[in-house]
Write a protein that binds this ligand. Structure first.
Ligand SMILES: NC(=O)c1ccc[n+]([C@@H]2O[C@H](COP(=O)([O-])OP(=O)(O)OC[C@H]3O[C@@H](n4cnc5c(N)ncnc54)[C@H](OP(=O)(O)O)[C@@H]3O)[C@@H](O)[C@H]2O)c1
Length: 304
């Protein structure tokens, strides 16, 4: 019988938990590296993982995946006892913005960036559904390709595409800023709020603006944009053109260009690296906590 492949993962947060469980289920022996006194130690051992303190104990596998927040990677690499293995990242940000290759010239880095949030990475693995990832070997040996491809398969990736650290970083930041974490949630909220303020029933506004948003994205993915616009109702089709022309004007398009220019600017990446995440998280949490959309979601979530 083939020996189990050893792999170390630094961190036991959102992505790390999904990677660790998927790898374990795929037959890897996973060891979790944590900082001294980490509150995650009990969580990891409860799932059967052995845990080591990466600040005082050496990494014993040939591959170590660093799955902590991007702005912690430099500090972690500085504290690792023997940085001789191949380090894998799930996002290109720290290598690109932190210039890790200059700081650690002898260390090998690979990128394996799943295009899924952590909960989907685990759920899709468990339910045998399609997952994609982008990889880069530009800062390691070409002979590491097999290990990265095996690793990708073991976390459930079916579609693997080459990229560079920089390309993945810029595209990822742009899509978060221009669409996924900005326009999408905030315009859903704005549309919902507009109906509520004009006296429409909260349940109706919730279904029209929030629940249907998911159904529309699901349909777009399932049939493709062309067929989607072919089968929506005549009112939806005419309404789509009206909304598109009124909302997505030249100004809006220019703002997309500006966001992309920013993520291509190294200074912007430095600003992001040093941003005050804790305070931003606090104020964003407070904003959403106070939104009617969140309150109606809490009331109706069991019915969805
Ligand atoms: N979240 C996602 O769905 C997602 C999607 C795609 C890519 N990624 C990428 O995956 C990586 C991990 O992201 P994540 O969202 O999973 O992170 P996360 O959940 O915030 O990571 C938490 C883990 O990081 C450890 N950690 C935090 N600060 C640390 C520090 N200063 N020193 C040492 N350990 C520290 C925590 O340690 P303790 O347990 O000791 O507190 C915890 O185990 C990032 O590169 C991210 O860009 C994430």
């Amino acid at each position: 019988m083939e020996n189990k492949k050893n792999i170390s993962i630094i961190g036991y947060g959102n992505q790390a938990r999904a990677w660790a469980l998927n790898l374990k289920d795929s037959g890897y022996k996973v060891t979790i590296g944590l900082r001294s006194g980490s509150p995650s130690k009990n969580l990891a051992t409860a799932k059967g993982f052995s845990v080591f303190d990466y600040e005082s104990e050496p990494i014993e596998s040939e591959i170590c995946v660093i799955l902590t927040p991007d702005n912690t990677h430099i500090q972690i690499l500085e504290r690792i006892k023997n940085p001789n293995c191949l380090f894998v990242f799930a996002h290109g940000f720290s290598v690109t913005a932190g210039n890790l290759k200059t700081l650690f010239p002898k260390t090998k880095f690979a990128l394996l960036a799943p295009k899924a949030i952590a909960s989907e990475l685990r759920f899709r693995f468990e339910t045998n559904q399609s997952l994609a990832a982008f990889y880069s070997l530009e800062f390691c040996d070409p002979k590491d390709e097999k290990s990265i491809k095996d690793l990708a398969e073991a976390i459930g990736i079916r579609n693997l595409y080459p990229t560079t650290f920089q390309e993945e970083t810029q595209a990822d930041l742009f899509s978060e800023q221009a669409l996924l974490c900005s326009v999408l949630p905030y315009t859903i909220n704005l549309a919902f709020q507009t109906l509520i303020e004009r006296g429409y029933k909260k349940e109706l506004a919730f279904y029209e603006c929030f629940v249907e948003a998911k159904l529309i994205v699901d349909a777009l993915l399932k049939v493709g944009p062309e067929a989607f616009f072919d089968f929506i109702s005549p009112n939806a089709l005419i309404g789509s053109e009206k909304g598109r022309l009124e909302l997505i004007d030249n100004d809006f398009k220019q703002k997309f260009q500006k966001l992309l220019n920013d993520v291509q600017d190294p200074k912007h990446l430095q600003d992001l690296s040093s941003a005050d995440v804790l305070n931003t998280k606090k104020s964003v949490n407070e904003f959403w906590k106070g939104q009617s959309l969140n309150k109606v979601y809490q009331e109706l979530k069991e019915t969805l």
